[in-house]
Design a protein around this ligand. Structure first.
Ligand code: AMP
Ligand code: MG
Length: 396
């Protein structure tokens, strides 16, 4: 058995980033940039008005008055010629002409015949958004290795980026094993269980923006397991669920051996999650997850999220664990590192961690459904007030 730290280091030194592709910016949400992206234009491109109001040259004001012309300047109108001794109606986004420099918002002006009167002391350049004040042409708007999320998508589109080089996303096959497993929604007998875990693992994979995911399910026989994994190996990454302990009906390891998959590790000093393993066949990666949803969630968040993000090209994917203050005592009977289901809350004194339930067995699903974090209980005696590391769970 190896430690979780050794396991992480073996994974890191055996995985490669995916190749890249160039796609349309409007299809890039959820992808990871494969190069620094630069703005093609200044943002804004020209000086323009931040308000609906009147634009003029402040030096042409006589006391607080100026003649106005009936011409309007709206957002979308090209830059126009104006008389520097006159004021003009301007709307938000309207381009400020070269010889004018100040916008008085409509709330502070009055019109008397053909004169505009400004009822407030104002300064030059008031209400003007300067060309390039947000972004200058050539500035980096997204660094390589970052996700394209709704907000930087906005900046990329605004900067005139049309095509973007991103990392390809891996395709993922999930293989669940077990004679007892049944498809969700069908009527089950009392000795059967629903295959819920495939859907949790699929949802976690999907949460990283991966779309090409296929679910396989197979019975506990060597032949079926070999056949299923063989098909699953058409995908870039294979995640197996269950059937990987020492039992006579656990066929994942014998099947991987038969298929000549190289074993990099199997079995960790981790609770729950002991049978987690990493295998390779050519450029394909196979990770073996335990069958229990709680155990496989621990393994997923501890190892697979960072691994898949690395393959997808993300920077800083293997994150340091954060710390919070325990609001519970804990006595462990095991010398393995243990992760318990917890609820983290923000308080005036920082993050506090509670147990999501007292019964922390890995088959207990209700606690997992309430939890928002996994708390690492490493030493066998934990006292209220101790600082403990935790991993946040993906929750909507
Ligand atoms: P195993 O790792 O195959 O020994 O399975 C451990 C426990 O997890 C057993 O009680 C299984 O019934 C349960 N289990 C295995 N696979 C799944 C699955 N896909 N969905 C729900 N429970 C599962
Ligand atoms: Mg099983």
């Amino acid at each position: 058995m190896i430690s979780i730290y050794e396991a992480l280091s073996i994974i890191r030194s055996n995985i490669k980033r995916n190749i890249t592709e160039i796609i349309n910016i409007t299809d890039s949400l959820g992808r990871i940039a494969a190069e620094d992206c630069h703005s093609n234009i200044d943002l804004p491109q020209l000086d323009n008005s931040a308000m609906d109001g009147w634009v003029f040259n402040i030096d042409a004001l006589e006391k607080n008055t100026i003649d106005f012309e009936k011409k309007e300047i709206k957002a979308g109108d090209p830059k126009t010629e104006t008389d520097s001794s006159k004021a003009y109606r301007i709307y938000t986004g309207g381009v400020v002409p070269n010889n004018l420099n100040t916008v008085a918002e409509k709330e502070i002006v009055e019109l008397v015949e053909n004169k505009l009167i400004i009822n407030k002391k104002i300064e030059k350049k008031r209400n003007i958004r300067k060309k390039g004040e947000d972004i200058k042409k050539g500035d980096i708007v997204l660094k390589k290795g970052n996700y394209i999320d709704p907000y930087n998508l906005n900046l990329l589109i605004s900067s005139g980026v049309n095509k973007i080089k991103v990392f390809k996303r891996p395709s993922i096959a999930i293989v669940s094993t077990g004679n007892e497993l049944k498809e969700p929604g069908v009527k089950i007998k009392s000795h059967e269980v629903y295959d819920s875990n495939s859907y949790t693992v699929k949802a976690l994979v999907k949460s990283m923006g991966i779309e090409n995911i296929y679910l396989y399910r197979c019975k506990d026989t060597l032949e079926k397991t070999i056949l299923t994994i063989k098909k699953a190996l058409e995908y870039d990454i294979v995640l197996t669920i269950g059937g990987v302990s020492m039992g006579d009906y656990d066929f994942i390891r014998p099947a991987l051996k038969e298929l000549k998959c190289e074993r990099l590790f199997w079995k960790l000093k981790l609770k729950p999650g002991r049978p987690f393993g990493f295998f390779k066949k050519n450029e394909k990666y196979i990770f073996t997850l335990p069958g229990n949803p709680v155990s496989s969630t621990v393994c997923f968040e501890l190892f697979l999220r960072g691994t898949i993000e690395y393959i997808m090209g993300k920077d800083l994917c293997f994150k340091e664990l954060r710390k919070g203050k325990a609001l519970f005592d804990w006595k462990s009977k095991d010398d393995r590192i243990e992760f318990v289901r917890g609820i983290l809350k923000d308080s005036d004194s920082g993050t506090i961690l509670e147990l999501a339930g007292k019964d922390q067995q890995s088959n207990m699903l209700f606690e997992l459904s309430k939890a928002n974090c996994l708390i690492k209980v490493e030493s066998n005696s934990i006292k209220k007030g101790d600082l403990l590391e935790y991993i946040k769970l993906y929750r909507l």
